[in-house]
Design a protein around this ligand. Structure first.
Ligand code: ATP
Length: 308
């Protein structure tokens, strides 16, 4: 992965002038090697954001020459709501995020994706992406100060704003232990940050960007308890009042999601909140039981662990 930083940094400086969120989005959406194929319609207006409400309306999508990746996917994320996507590898979770970020456009007959009632194909990509914050598992870091790396979320952010975002992202206390505090260089030629710290940098950047919509990719690997707690707290600060779509790998972290969609082979096979899905006693309940036994823990608190 370290070998990627050079090219990523170079790409980063190119993208930065185009779209300040694209670097983390590329990381999350794993599209570095792919050209984006989407063009705005001539004279397309900007997205007008009122509530940040998202709707997938019977979405079908097939990557060139492949089996369908999404089939008849419909769901809504109401204003400030949280929707979590779960399912085995290849189920279509990332594809849902990629389509909302408009890395691909749906064709006629493939359904619609709406934000505040506007078909995202009909508005400018730039205005759509401005409304969406992306938090990958670990942020792309530049060989620059930690202040720069956080302030990157907002052009012209002041030192106070950077510190405030770092505090809400549970990174401030860590930063003040660095040799030159906020001026400490990070990245491959500076202080190396752990995966959990990088994710908090991404959270701080996104707090500064202040978008109404969030796309999140939760860490796959188990983190130590205090890092986990810090990240959960940072995410709570970020998610509050925003509509969010998260890819969840550890089911304990999404017990509070308003809606959980269980995907399999591109279809939603179960949906509901955590409690409803456990009661359904189907695929989700089996996944939950697997994770609990793999973690060597008994479910407590009615099946909910304190991680949320
Ligand atoms: P994971 O948990 O492994 O990230 P996922 O649920 O996010 O999986 P997707 O990445 O959305 O799954 O993939 C859905 C389907 O589309 C899979 O069959 C996958 O092989 C295919 N796919 C994903 N990305 C591409 C791509 N860029 N080109 C072609 N096919 C793709």
């Amino acid at each position: 992965l370290a070998q990627l930083y050079g090219p990523l940094n170079m790409l980063g400086s190119i993208y930065r002038s185009i779209n300040r969120s694209l670097v983390d989005a590329e990381k999350l959406l794993e599209l570095l090697s792919e050209p984006t194929e989407v063009n705005d319609k001539p004279g397309a207006p900007d997205l007008v954001v009122s509530d940040g409400e998202i709707e997938f309306d019977n979405v079908n999508f097939t990557y060139e020459g492949r089996q369908p990746a999404l089939r008849g996917v419909s769901f809504r994320v109401p204003k400030g709501g949280s929707v979590a996507l779960v399912g085995e590898s290849g189920a279509g979770k990332s594809t849902i995020l990629r389509l909302l970020y408009r890395f691909y456009d749906l064709k006629e007959g493939e359904g619609r994706i709406l934000v505040d009632g506007q078909d995202i194909r009909d508005v400018t990509q730039a205005s759509l992406r401005k409304a969406i914050g992306v938090v990958p598992q670990d942020a792309v870091l530049f060989n620059a100060s930690i202040a720069y790396n956080i302030g990157y979320g907002k052009l012209g952010a002041s030192q106070d704003e950077v510190e405030e975002a770092a505090k809400a992202a549970q990174m401030h206390d860590r930063i003040i232990t660095f040799p030159e505090n906020y001026d400490t260089k990070v990245g491959e030629r500076g202080i190396r940050l752990s995966g959990g710290e990088k994710q908090r940098v991404a959270i701080a950047r996104t707090l500064l960007k202040n978008p109404p919509i969030l796309l999140l990719d939760e860490a796959t690997s188990a983190l130590d308890t205090s890092t986990e707690r810090d990240i959960q707290k940072a995410l709570q600060n970020l998610v509050r009042g925003r509509s969010s779509l998260s890819i969840a790998h550890r089911l304990s972290t999404i017990a509070n999601a308003d809606l959980i969609l269980v995907l399999k082979d591109g279809q939603i096979i179960e949906q509901g909140n955590h409690k409803q899905l456990l009661e359904l006693n189907g695929v989700f309940a089996a996944m939950w039981a697997d994770q609990i036994s793999a973690a060597g823990e008994l479910p407590v608190n009615g099946g909910l662990r304190e991680a949320v």
